[in-house]
Design a protein around this ligand. Structure first.
Ligand SMILES: Nc1ncnc2c1ncn2[C@@H]1O[C@H](COP(=O)(O)OP(=O)(O)OP(=O)(O)O)[C@@H](O)[C@H]1O
Length: 221
């Protein structure tokens, strides 16, 4: 059963509308990828979907475009923050000072899968862009949830690594809504492609039903 999330809604900031009359529902098992040129409204769309699903009480793992990591803290502690809202403030403080053994073991296993084991105890501020991005993905994997919402989650890694990371995401989350700029990666990952152009949804269909010409038209000046 598809869950209606947006019903012919206008999305934007203040009085400015970025996307007009957007309808969106998400069925369990769907992996949706948003395509569109810079400024087309992908982040705006993702944020709206995120806010609605959270308001509806769903557990969502979010990978924002700018990662929102705490630079002074270690990779391990940043990943630990993926579950902060599962506990009270005191428990969180205690666990940030001294992570629980079980959490530490689980996080180290995730970091190993992401090639980040050597970085576990390094502060995020000293990491490369790709390492930071993988830290944000590790935080989402540790958090888990019904839906992954991720804004260009593999933009800072090479193509081979990107495909591997998307495979980990696919195994962990029943459903996903992502923005990706690499069309081949998007076609490989998605069960459904949504193209945004000119403030509207240009297409919303399974990858085989979206032609290369339709995708190219999204990016035409
Ligand atoms: N906080 C904000 N306040 C006002 N306008 C905003 C805000 N955030 C984004 N916009 C505007 O909304 C439009 C869509 O931006 P959005 O970030 O959703 O696009 P995008 O497709 O994600 O772009 P990119 O691929 O560059 O990340 C842009 O014109 C942008 O300038």
């Amino acid at each position: 059963m598809s869950q209606p999330i947006l019903r012919a809604e206008s999305l934007g900031y203040g009085t400015g509308v970025v996307l007009h009359s957007v309808s969106f529902a998400l069925a369990p098992g769907e992996r949706v990828v948003l395509l569109g040129r810079s400024g087309a409204g992908k982040t705006t769309f993702l944020n709206a979907v995120h806010d609605r699903l959270v308001a509806a009480g769903q557990r969502i793992a979010l990978v924002p475009q700018d990662h929102v990591l705490v630079p002074q803290l270690s990779v391990l502690r940043n990943v630990l923050m993926g579950r902060l809202d599962d506990h009270g403030a005191l428990a969180n403080l205690a666990s940030l000072i001294r992570p629980r053994r079980a959490d530490r073991a689980e996080i180290l296993a995730i970091l190993a899968g992401l090639g980040l084991s050597p970085e576990a105890d390094r502060a995020v501020e000293g990491l490369s862009g790709g390492q930071r991005q993988r830290t944000a993905l590790a935080r989402a994997l540790f958090r888990g949830g019904e839906v992954l919402i991720a804004d260009e989650p593999v933009s800072a890694v090479d193509a081979t690594q990107a495909a591997q990371l998307l495979g980990l995401m696919r195994a962990r989350f029943p459903s996903a809504v992502l923005a990706l700029h690499d069309v081949d990666l998007a076609r490989g990952f998605a069960t459904r492609l949504i193209g945004l152009r000119g403030g509207r949804i240009a297409f919303d269909a399974t990858p085989p039903r979206v032609s290369d010409a339709e995708v190219e038209a999204l990016y035409a000046p």
